[in-house]
Design a protein around this ligand. Structure first.
Ligand code: NAD
Length: 427
């Protein structure tokens, strides 16, 4: 098959590279010429495990191409995947302008039958919008179909997730498009859910809203555990063995973040509002999430005895490990709260570009440098390299041996033995 992918971000680049790896020809299109140039030379703009190998394999085999020329891809492809951003608008709804622009641009080059597949996360009903845009611009005799094919990959394991999805959702009114997409995805061996576009779009929002709900739920339970002296890790374990609940997403922390969960929750609330339903439950999920940043800051403040003028050494800026993505990172939200309360912050992250500046944050070249002379260590992203550090050295570098482990990642017994005051979340 020949596939054009519009947008070479986390989703588009992984989609194009993985389809090429599966033996198809993939043409990845982006509006940012500099990014395309780098990708042509095999330079990957994001930190994503395994992605460089897949991209290089595709380039070497000649099955993966990068271009700014959308027409080059669309004219010769059977599938056109839209993988452009859907950022939040001011009112929380999803801004569809990139998707709409992509649809306008695609329509200019459609000369024969295509399946136009939307992989961006979009409000329910957006497939109709894309269909209308393309239809209005094409002569009636040119056939095309629209499908919604939401993406569920996780940053940090995006290539694995694409190749081993829990399920593939295909939403279309066209049997022809459903058949072609089913053939495309069948080799992955995942359950295929073929449904209508609105249902497919809702599956994506409902899934992300549910995951966010689990996180806020366990954060709320963790905060109560802090009060009553229970251990949330064991509570989550005890809950997780119940097959109706499961273990995933029951890890307390500084709140959820990243480019998807917060924006998708807000967008679903906005969709609900638009249909006269007040999604109070999901508003609560977001409120708990916002409050969780302050819960973490409050722990640091209490342990160091006021934040004004204190130096806090922070480990982790990315919104989760194995990615350099800081979009809506809870680490940054917590740090902003620390700064607002007068603290100085020196931060280290293994993957976030050391040359990148963040207002008010001093960057450190290593984990121990970050805590040098610090009044407390605050772990915000659970990178593996933090687990087995020489904590005696860490202790000796610090002005005061205080650790707030916002991910419950470190070993409290070891740290207490070494003389640290240790506090996690909910235990
Ligand atoms: P991103 O910001 O990383 O990448 C988007 C890319 O699209 C950028 O390179 C941008 O230059 C390009 N672009 C924008 N408009 C374009 C146009 N008209 N033509 C060609 N290229 C264009 O975004 P992302 O994280 O890959 O997310 C894309 C979509 O997928 C969003 O709707 C997001 O919600 C959804 N999604 C993201 C993830 C994730 O983990 N990042 C997971 C599932 C779904």
């Amino acid at each position: 098959m020949r596939i054009t992918v519009v947008g070479t971000g986390y989703v588009g680049l992984v989609t194009g590279a993985c389809f090429a790896d599966l033996g198809h020809e993939a043409i990845c299109v982006d509006v940012v010429a500099e990014k395309v140039e780098k990708l042509r030379g095999g330079q990957i703009p994001i930190h994503e495990p395994g992605l460089d190998e897949v991209v290089l394999r595709g380039l070497e085999a000649g099955r993966l191409k990068f271009t700014t020329d959308l027409g080059e891809g669309v004219r010769t492809s059977q599938f056109v995947f839209i993988c452009v951003p859907t950022p939040p608008a001011e009112d929380g709804s999803a801004d569809l302008s990139h998707v709409q622009q992509a649809a306008v641009d695609i329509a200019k080059h459609v000369g024969d039958y295509k399946v136009i597949v939307n992989k961006s996360t979009v409000p329910i009903g957006s497939s109709n919008v894309v269909e209308r845009i393309v239809r209005e611009r094409l002569p009636a005799q040119i056939e095309f179909d629209i499908a919604s094919n939401p993406e569920f990959l996780r940053e940090g394991s995006a290539v694995f997730d694409f190749m081993h999805p829990d399920r593939v959702v295909i939403g279309t009114h066209s049997e022809r498009a459903a058949g072609m997409l089913t053939d495309l995805y069948r080799p992955l061996g995942a359950p295929l859910i073929v449904t209508d576009p609105a249902t497919a779009e809702m599956i994506k929002y409902a899934s992300n809203a549910f995951l966010a709900t689990k996180i806020s739920f366990v954060n709320a339970i963790a905060n109560i555990c802090d009060g009553v002296g229970a251990d949330v890790k064991e509570v989550a374990l005890g809950m997780g063995y119940d097959a109706r609940i499961g273990f995933e997403f029951l890890k307390p922390g500084p709140g959820f973040g990243g480019s998807c969960l917060p924006k998708d929750c807000r967008a679903l609330i906005s969709v609900a509002d638009g249909h006269g339903y007040d999604f109070g439950l999901l508003r609560g999920v977001l409120a708990v999430n916002d409050e969780q940043h302050r819960v973490i800051t409050g722990k640091v403040e209490r342990l160091v005895g006021g934040l004004a003028g204190r130096t806090i050494g922070v480990w982790g800026l990315a919104f989760k490990p194995n990615t350099d993505d800081v979009r809506d990172s809870p680490a940054l939200a917590v740090i902003h709260d620390l700064l607002a309360r007068g603290a100085k912050v020196r931060a280290y992250d293994p993957a976030v570009d050391p040359g990148r500046t963040f207002e008010g944050i001093e960057r450190a070249p290593g984990a121990v440098d970050a805590v040098d002379g610090a009044d407390a260590l605050l772990l915000l992203t659970e990178w593996n390299e933090f687990r087995w550090l020489d904590f005696a050295r860490v202790r000796d570098a610090m002005a005061r041996p205080i650790v707030v482990d916002a991910r419950n990642f470190l070993d409290p017994h070891l740290l207490r033995q070494l003389g640290f005051t240790y506090e996690g979340v909910g235990r």
